[in-house]
Design a protein around this ligand. Structure first.
Ligand SMILES: Cc1cc2nc3c(=O)[nH]c(=O)nc-3n(C[C@H](O)[C@H](O)[C@H](O)COP(=O)(O)O)c2cc1C
Length: 212
């Protein structure tokens, strides 16, 4: 971990719809001066290419460069790890402590995390977060949900993970897709205890002051 940054936060983007949530989360963490460790699943690359105007490179070094550029990070602030990079710090409990967010989280990865599969680095990192009792936030996106999905979510909640569905509210009167994306990213940052100005908290005015 570089001394100049706040503690590293791991962001895993998996192949559920809603790649924008994960990409925006990386930007927000960079703005909050956190070091960000990124993993992107194979299916997520396909979703990103389908849902955004950007096709991201798969090679971790190249991915790092692209994410640094698109998020305004300084070199070294974002580190990317490949699918089977078992030497990455997230692969072991002795790696630098950090919270992990899987955003969006496919039902496939949800299932793998709930059962401890650890078949790729994302699944292993989540398994490590659970065993080390570190903050683990999963942002699933699927509808409707089967009993399998619901049981996995309940089990993970009982293990201490936070299930934060990608289900934006509308009471802040969104006018753009970015507003909906920011709603979810703001909720994730709240869970991580990271200050932000993406949207006011409930009971707060839009200028950030408390209601009278
Ligand atoms: C365009 C696209 C959209 C998808 N949307 C979802 C989704 O919203 N939720 C989900 O759980 N899976 C979705 N999938 C299926 C997953 O990508 C697939 O189950 C994959 O195996 C998940 O692998 P991963 O967890 O390693 O990313 C989608 C796939 C594609 C190509």
């Amino acid at each position: 971990m570089d001394e100049g940054f706040n503690e590293p936060i791991t962001v895993a983007i998996t192949g559920a719809s809603g790649a924008q949530y994960g990409l925006r989360l990386i930007e927000a963490l960079v703005s909050a001066n956190h070091e960000v460790w990124v993993m992107i699943s194979k299916a997520a690359y396909l979703v990103i290419a389908t849902e955004t105007e950007q096709a991201l490179p798969a090679r971790p070094e190249r991915l790092e460069e692209v994410l640094v550029e698109r998020s305004g990070a300084v070199p070294g602030q974002i580190r990317c790890f490949g699918r089977e990079d078992w030497m990455a710090p997230v692969a072991s409990g002795s790696g630098a402590a950090s919270a992990m967010v899987i955003c969006p989280c496919s039902t496939g990865t949800l299932s793998a995390v709930a059962t401890g599969a650890s078949n790729n680095l994302i699944e292993r990192a989540a398994d490590v977060a659970l065993k080390e009792r570190r903050r683990l936030i999963l942002v699933p996106r699927e509808t409707p949900l089967s009993a399998i999905h619901l049981e996995h979510m309940l089990n993970l909640t009982r293990l201490g993970a936070v299930i934060l569905p990608a289900a934006p509210g509308f009471y802040h009167q969104p006018v753009s897709i970015d507003d909906l994306v920011d709603f979810i990213v703001a909720r994730i940052l709240n869970q991580l205890g990271i200050a932000h100005r993406l949207m006011p908290r409930w009971g707060e005015r839009s200028d950030g002051r408390e209601n009278a």
